[in-house]
Design a protein around this ligand. Structure first.
Ligand code: CAA
Length: 258
């Protein structure tokens, strides 16, 4: 399948890589790009050969946000009828791990895409920001809600109200990213992690992601209930028997996704 705004590649076993590819617009996330990313993730969800997806941009720009030129053409009714929230939801609903490899600018919707990733590896030149305030708007793809839950109130308020960017080290300290590496290592490190995760039992990986994400949106008791049910369900999988048997027999497990 060929796409107009992204490239896809599966060079590493079990890992699909999505590269945002609108360099002329600093990888601005127009609606076509969002829909193509969502399409690929939906297909990857159904493909048992794919265990994790890496999403990346270019060496100087991950993504500079929503496409301002496209957005400018929409009035309030246009924004209300926009398909973009639907595509963001499709991206959020991807059930396998999504790993961001970020170099350069991740701004506005680009920073929000970072927050849709489950793990983010940043090059030390990466810059993160929610500059929408400079355009007379606010983040529109979950930025106000996910940023404050991720980095806490002081930094989220500073970023959203002032539009100031933060660097990779600050993003690391604030838990927006999991690791900072030299920019040349960003994609390689994301692939290493993705390949490792893709080698794990896929049902356990999927339920672990679901349970962890639930903590963002629920009270402790409900989250613990979900965790317990997922834990119980896993006791019925062949991979759990295989994992425990392999440990006892001191050999490598062979997971089958059942
Ligand atoms: N949308 C459309 N085009 C964009 C863009 C965007 N978000 N960001 C950059 N571009 C385009 C520029 O228009 C320019 O194209 P032309 O050469 O055709 O004019 C090209 O990319 C390069 O941009 P600059 O010349 O501005 O490059 P720079 O190095 O001087 O600055 C930058 C880089 C700091 C990223 C700057 O481009 C910038 O501030 N971009 C906008 C960032 C922004 O405001 N993002 C939020 C968008 S709104 C949003 O995301 C809403 C939401 O939450 C859903």
């Amino acid at each position: 399948m060929t796409y107009q705004t992204i490239n896809t590649q599966s060079a590493t076993k079990g890992v699909l890589t999505i590269t945002l590819n609108r360099p002329e617009a600093f990888n601005a996330l127009n609606t076509l790009l969002l829909s193509e990313v969502a399409d690929v993730l939906e297909q990857a969800d159904k493909d048992s050969d794919i265990g994790a997806v890496v999403i990346t941009g270019g060496p100087k720009v991950f993504a500079a946000g929503a496409d301002i030129k496209e957005m400018a053409a929409l009035d309030a009714v246009g924004v209300m009828n926009d398909d973009r929230p639907k595509h963001w939801r499709r991206i959020y609903q991807f059930s396998k791990p999504l790993i961001g490899a970020v170099n350069g600018y991740a701004l506005g919707g680009g920073c929000e895409l970072v927050m849709h990733c489950d793990i983010v590896i940043a090059g030390d030149s990466a810059l993160f920001g929610q500059p929408e305030i400079n355009l007379g708007i606010i983040p529109g793809a979950g930025g106000t809600q996910r940023l404050i839950r991720t980095v806490g109130k002081p930094l989220a308020m500073k970023m959203v109200l002032s539009g100031e960017m933060i660097d990779a080290q600050t993003a690391l300290q604030a838990n927006l990213v999991a690791e900072v590496v030299i920019p040349e290592r960003t994609i390689e490190r994301a692939h290493e992690l993705a390949a490792k995760i893709a080698s794990k039992p896929p049902i356990a990986v999927r339920l672990a992601k679901e349970a962890l994400l639930k903590a963002f949106e629920t009270d402790l008791e409900s989250g613990l209930n979900l965790e317990r049910k997922a834990f119980t369900l896993l006791a019925a999988t062949e991979d759990r028997n295989e994992g425990i048997a392999a440990f006892m027999e001191k050999r490598k497990p062979e997971f089958k996704g059942r």
